[in-house]
Each structure stands twice: as C-alpha cells, then as structure tokens.
Design a protein. Structure first.
Length: 532
C-alpha cells in the first residue's frame, strides 16, 4: 500500500511511503490504560521534581518577571498558576491530571490527522517518559504546536496560526516548527501566527517588563552548561569540574556571551536550512522536517532535560506512519537512553564515568536524529524508497542516463505540480481546452471542459476527501501523442469510506500540453460507492 499526502495539505505535501495496515481500535484503548497507569506510578516521583518549583512560583508575592524571576513564558505560567494548590502532592496530582488529558488530546489529534498507526506510535514512544513528564508542563506546548499544524493542514488557517503562536508563548521551542506555515504558500496562516505572537510578546513586555524575555531566554539568567546538554556533558566528562546548582539545574562551567551568540546563530542557520530543504520535500514537512529542526535546538541548547524529548514525539510518530522509520527509531532510542539516565542521575551528578558517557550518548543520538533528517531532506537517504517528487526529474539530469520521452516528463511534471499545490505550474501542463473525462456513476463523474472546470474538479476532490486524497505514479509510458500512467489512488471520507485501488490514466498530448484525459479504475463499482 502507498500513502500520499494530497496537494491541499501543507501546500501540497505528498509522500510515497509504505504504510502499515491500520491497527485495531482496542489497541488504542489498551495503550490509553497504560498511560493512565503510568500517571499513577509517576505520582510519588513527582514530589522531588519540578512541582516544588511550580509551587514556589505560584506562592511568590508580586508580579512575575518584574518582582521575581520566572523561566516560563506567559501561557505556561498560566498553567502553573492553575495547577498550583496548597500542597506539593495536590499540585502534582492536579498537574498530572492536566498532562494526562493533554497527552490523550495529542494522541487524538495524531489519530485525526495521520491515522491509527501514528496515534499508537505516539503513545508507545511516550510510554517510557510518563512517570517523569506528566508532572512537568511541556505537553501543553506540544499539544498547541501539533494542533496548529493539524489545523493548517485542514485549512483552518486562522486557528492554526493562532495555536502555533500560543505554543511559542507556552514554550519557545515551537518557533523552529513555525516555518512550516511558509510552505503552505498561503498568507493567512502566517498572518495569524505573526500578529498574535507580536501582540502577545508586546502585552507580556508591558506587563512583565523587558526582563521577562531575558529570563525565559536564559533560564533565569543562568550562565553554566547543564550537565545533560551536549556541551555540558562533554565538558564534564573531560574536565571533571564540580557541579553547581544554578537556576534549578545542575550546571558546570560558564557559557560566555560570544559562545551563546554563536550557538543562537548556528541554531538559526541550521533551522533555516531545514525548512529551505523542506521546500523541495513537502511530503516531509510534518514529520522529518520538524523532527530535524527540534533536534537542532535540543543539541545546541545549553539546557537539556528528558521531558524536552516530548517535543519530538508527535513528529516521530507521524514519520513512523509514513515509513520514515530510521529517524523515528533513533528518537525512540534517545527516549530510552534519557529515561535510563533519569535513574542514574545521582551517579551523573557525582561524576560516575558510565553515567557521564550515557549523557554524552543521549546527545549523540540526538545529533543522529538531526543528521538523518538532513540526509533525508537532501534526498540522499530515502526512508521509504524513491519519492515521486524525486522521480519527476528526467533521468539524465540525475545520473547521466538517457532522457525519457518528453511527454513522460510533461505528465510527471503535471503530477508534481498537483502534489505541491502549484496551480500556476499545473496550468502550464494543461491545454486551455482540455477535456477531462471522469468515469463512473457518481457525483464526480462527467466531462470537465476547459482548464478552469478541470482545476475546479481537482479542488472538489480535495474538499470532499478532507485533504487526504492520495495519488501515486508507479510508472509512465509515453510516445509522441499519448502517455499512460500506471497509478494508485487512496482516499478516505467521513463515515469510514476508503478508496484504495490501482488505475490507468491516459493522456492525449499536443504541443507539450495535455488536451484530453481518461481514467480507468480497476474497480469502478468501488469508486462509485466511495464518492456517492
């Protein structure tokens, strides 16, 4: 089976990857129960975690940022205030319940947007972290960031942009995911991301002062390298420097201003490279690209904590469903190493060599996540076979092989334009007087005459399938006047309807443009049932 994102998703992401068969619904129920058990098992451990810090913030007198330092942006601060109770255990219990709800909401969003395989993968990937992460606040930003991407894919641009801006105001990290909005080539989601974010930062500055931005950006003016970070773990391994508690984290050494500025510049440069490469790999824009961008941030940050790996999980789960297993499996390996390091944390602080090497290995695995991502976005290490978008280029431009027939290149170019949602480019492959024959006895059947009717028909297909219509090319046969596509189509509609079959697509071409099109489905009755 192949799975291809429709041109209407994220500006046209289309991935040709093997997809596992959908899992049974009872497996989701079992994993949800395991999540709940994990919530209960993590409660005692939470009392020695960040919960004490949350209570300290909630109990402090005065205005946050102005009268006392806070390392969290305003949206997360609001969650801290809501979760706080009179006791540490009560705060932990309330926060755990909120995080449980957020975790299940994230799984539901993954299920709604990317299917059961992705939802199960998300829950499984996160299981080892449950005793630790449920009593932190990171899942709020994950839910907002994922929700923003899902809404934009569903063309709910205003809500999607707003959700992503709130995610940045909850935790700064979603800023490296936000460039996905630019790939949509739609103005609205970008405006609805930038405007609320600017307004939110402005209101935050007026209320909390300029120091609020600095406190969040430097984690309460901390200057050392946290011992689990890449630089901190390597520095500690070789220097054996004493550990000091600074701004609630165990740190070593001092990060000079020039080093921090260089790291910021490097993060910005690499994240830009990720998304520039993604413009040519739109099918990876909601899996490999965000995994890679987040891994860059984690590796180069002076602070790394196990709960930060939750920032990777939904994108890794989507990658698994898409067949991008290598990078996702390295994420899973990083999670397991981080959990093991939690239980070795005392030895890590004490300078145990094995624990120090384990901390370095966690960071090496995160470096590998980023490296695999860059290779995948560059097209040099496919995670699931050759992409249609990679096959569109004539063979001679790749490896010096003989060029295919020009009409083959025209058909592949037209499919590529459809995949990327580039209607202007698609028009260049179609004759103004094209006749598009749609077979069968259903609302989509009939003859569409002219380029505007044909493009309108394409839009109707995408709308009726909620943006999940997928069409892939197996091969193209062409001569001077015709081209035949051996293809496969998969689509889903509300009510559980699924279309999954092979087809032949015949084109008549004149002067480099398609003048007529016929589609022949292997099971026309199934096609009619799907569209009726």
């Amino acid at each position: 089976m192949t799975r291809i994102r429709a041109a209407d998703r994220l500006g046209g992401a289309a991935a040709v990857c093997p997809v596992r068969q959908p899992v049974r619904r009872w497996s989701l129920i079992i994993i949800a129960l395991l999540v709940a058990v994990g919530y209960q098992s993590g409660l005692p451990r939470a009392l020695v975690g960040d919960t004490l810090r949350y209570r300290q913030i909630a109990d402090a007198r005065g205005r946050p940022y102005r009268d006392f330092q806070v390392e969290f942006p305003p949206v997360s601060l609001g969650l801290v205030e809501v979760a706080a109770t009179d006791t540490t255990r009560g705060t932990a219990a309330r926060l755990g319940a909120v995080q449980l709800a957020l975790d299940l909401a994230i799984a539901a969003m993954v299920l709604a947007g990317w299917g059961q395989t992705a939802a199960v993968a998300y829950l499984v990937l996160g299981l080892p972290l449950i005793p630790f992460v449920y009593f932190r606040i990171d899942l709020l930003s994950v839910a907002l960031a994922l929700g923003g991407v899902l809404l934009v894919e569903k063309r709910r641009d205003r809500l999607g942009g707003l959700a992503l801006s709130l995610a940045v105001l909850a935790k700064v990290w979603p800023i490296v995911v936000a460039p996905v909005l630019l790939l949509t080539k739609r103005r609205r989601p970008v405006v609805w991301f930038v405007a609320p974010l600017v307004a939110g930062v402005g209101a935050w500055t007026v209320w909390g002062g300029l120091n609020g931005l600095s406190q969040v950006g430097t984690f309460r003016e901390a200057r050392g390298w946290q011992i689990q970070s890449l630089i901190g773990s390597v520095y500690r391994l070789f220097s054996r420097s004493a550990v000091r508690l600074e701004a609630g984290a165990d740190r070593v050494g001092v990060a000079p201003l020039w080093a921090r500025e260089m790291l910021v510049a490097l993060i910005v440069t690499l994240v830009i490279m990720v998304w520039v490469r993604s413009a040519g790999r739109l099918e990876l824009a909601d899996s490999v690209a965000p995994m890679t961008a987040v891994s860059v941030l984690l590796v180069l940050s002076p602070l790394l904590s196990p709960q930060y790996l939750t920032w990777l999980l939904p994108w890794a789960a989507i990658g698994i469903a898409r067949g991008e297993r290598i990078q996702a499996e390295v994420v899973a390996f990083s999670v397991l190493l981080s959990v093991f390091l939690i239980y070795q944390y005392g030895a890590l602080v004490a300078g145990n060599t094995t624990s120090l090497l384990l901390a370095v290995l966690v960071n090496v695995s995160l470096v590998a996540v980023g490296a695999f991502g860059f290779l995948r976005l560059g097209g040099t290490r496919p995670g699931c076979g050759t992409l249609e978008s990679e096959r569109i280029m004539p063979p001679d431009t790749k490896k010096g092989e003989a060029m295919g027939h020009p009409n083959e290149d025209i058909v592949r170019g037209g499919y590529a334009a459809f995949e990327t949602g580039d209607m202007d480019a698609l028009r260049t492959y179609l004759s103004p007087d094209i006749i598009w024959h749609e077979p069968g006895d259903n609302p989509m059947s009939g003859d569409y005459k002219g380029i505007d009717e044909t493009l309108g028909h394409f839009g109707d297909i995408v709308q009726r399938t909620g943006g999940n219509f997928r069409a892939s090319i197996h091969d193209v046969l062409a001569n001077d006047s015709h081209a035949v596509v051996l293809g496969h189509v998969r689509a889903e509609r509300e009510g559980g309807k699924v279309l999954d079959q092979d087809y032949l697509h015949v084109f008549h071409l004149t002067d480099g443009k398609a003048t007529e099109s016929w589609i022949h489905n292997t099971d026309q009755a199934a096609d009619d049932e799907f569209w009726n």
